[in-house]
Design a binder for this molecule. Structure first.
Ligand SMILES: [Mg+2]
Length: 225
């Protein structure tokens, strides 16, 4: 089932007033939570939990809590980790965001990942940190991990859809496009008006099948904007 046909999504893309990008495996080539786990030396435990969570009954929030509880990153570890992030932007995303900004389109990063990492990505792309919707890791005064902010929309299942509803309600956007590689991105349309599947880093079959437009490189979006 395609949400809308290819011509309509091309038309929507040209006339969008707001574009929301997923981050992990979309704007960035990697999955930050897996890489962060690897970085602090608990990669395999977290990978196992990720596989279990994908298989079934666990809510997004529960899976997030359990994985963070294994990683328990300190603020210092996050800062170290961020130094490696610079080189992992997906090709042409910077050019695409610049082009969208030059056409006065609002650009947002909407992710189930972490603000403390994604803010760096936003800076690299010239996106205002206010336009980042993601999860907030909480640290104590010494920078030790103590949990995450459970009031963030993105920590719940269906969180990306809630963010888009919030954006439409708050800023009165008429044509919101979501771009992403994952099932949670696809599920945020509607309320998004259009969805573009991205397969430049990983191709997820369900997403490819159900995307009205599926691209393998951001240059394809640059050509049609
Ligand atoms: Mg993703």
């Amino acid at each position: 089932m395609k949400l809308i046909d290819t011509n309509s999504i091309l038309e929507l893309w040209k006339n969008a007033d707001c574009v929301c990008f997923d981050v992990d495996s979309t704007v960035c080539q990697n999955e930050a939570i897996d890489d962060l786990a690897e970085f602090v030396g608990v990669g395999s435990q977290v990978q196992q939990l990720t596989n279990e969570a994908m298989g079934g009954s666990m809510s997004f929030k529960e899976a997030l809590a359990q994985r963070l509880n294994i990683i328990r990153p300190s603020i210092d570890q996050i800062h170290e980790f961020n130094k490696f992030q610079d080189h992992k932007l997906t090709p042409y995303i910077k050019e695409l965001v610049e082009l969208l900004h030059s056409r006065d389109k609002a650009v947002y990063l909407v992710s189930g990942g972490f603000r403390v990492i994604i803010n760096q990505v936003a800076d690299l792309l010239g996106i205002d940190r206010k336009n980042v919707f993601a999860n907030t890791i909480k640290f104590d005064s010494k920078g030790k991990y103590v949990g995450f902010d459970e009031s963030e929309m993105t920590c719940e299942s269906g969180g990306k859809a809630r963010v888009i509803e919030h954006l439409k309600r708050t800023y009165q956007y008429n044509r919101v496009i979501m771009v992403g590689d994952g099932a949670t991105d696809l599920e945020s349309c509607p309320p998004a008006d259009g969805f573009i599947g991205f397969g430049g880093n990983v191709v997820r079959h369900l997403v490819k099948q159900n995307s009205p437009w599926f691209v393998h490189c951001f240059s394809e979006l640059i050509e049609k904007v």
